[in-house]
Design a protein. Structure first.
Length: 257
């Protein structure tokens, strides 16, 4: 009994360590890559952004968002006392301001914006931050679960029961997102905590991946027993093979015991 208790106790308080890898690719149709990502295993910060507003503007928006959010979140520097939802909000607001004010100064960049999905990893679990239609998934025991909700017109219609998921995929309005970073002077992110077990695999990705690959295919690819770098490459290559219509980014984070 005593051993049993100790084992369960140890599991409940297990300190999680993370490994990560990422790949971004222009895809097969677009002339440039407006996706951007940032990662710091040391600080437990992982971000994927998908820019919009025309090639140059989209690239500027997504890279500014990654830069600003990384700067704020990595400056915490192991300060566990600073509540994560607060610093996640601060990072989002800083990124929003940076993009919005740059666009105000330069009319050619008017209307540029970006999605942002981030994973903030702690020793006891992770926080997810989301604006737009990039996504965060978790693979646990070979079962895939989408953790974020898309801020898109079609996804909102599906949630309201006015559209089926199949109709949403085909809809001409499927590119319309209802929340983005940098397009307005303020923004409201989704920020939530996810309980984490050793072995959990998280994927952050842009819609260039999820438009090409079905959830069952993503689930089977992520279940392969491969190094994270190899898994990222497989995911991106599969999306390119399926059409590669858009830029593709895949960032994987594994929680280890
Ligand atoms: Ca995209």
């Amino acid at each position: 009994m005593y051993t049993d208790f100790r084992e369960r106790f140890c599991l409940a308080t297990a300190v999680l360590h993370y490994t990560a890898a990422a790949v971004t690719d222009r895809g097969r149709k677009r002339p440039s890559n407006e996706d951007a990502y940032g990662l710091s295993v040391e600080h437990g910060v992982y971000i994927v952004c998908d820019g919009m507003g025309g090639a140059a503007a989209g690239e500027i928006a997504s890279s500014l968002a990654v830069e600003e959010a990384m700067r704020v979140l990595c400056a915490r520097d192991g300060d566990e006392s600073m509540a994560l939802p607060g610093s996640a909000e601060e990072a989002v607001f800083a990124a929003n301001d940076a993009i919005y004010s740059r666009a105000e100064r330069n009319p050619r960049l008017n209307g540029m914006g970006t999605t942002l999905v981030a994973l903030l990893a702690r020793e006891t679990g992770v926080w997810v931050v989301n604006i737009g239609d990039s996504r965060c998934y978790r693979l646990r025991n070979r079962r895939l679960e989408q953790l974020t909700q898309d801020h898109s017109l079609v996804d909102e219609q599906v949630r309201l029961g006015r559209m089926t998921p199949a109709e949403a995929l085909r809809s001409p309005l499927r590119n319309v997102i209802t929340r983005a970073l940098g397009t307005q002077s303020s923004v409201t992110p989704d920020i939530f905590e996810i309980e984490t077990d050793p072995g959990d695999l998280f994927m952050l990705c842009s819609d260039g991946l999820t438009r090409e690959l079905s959830d069952p295919l993503i689930e089977s690819l992520l279940s392969l027993d491969l190094r994270l770098e190899e898994l990222c490459a497989r995911m991106v290559n599969a999306a390119k093979k399926a059409g590669g219509h858009d830029n593709i980014t895949c960032l994987l984070v594994r929680a280890g015991g």
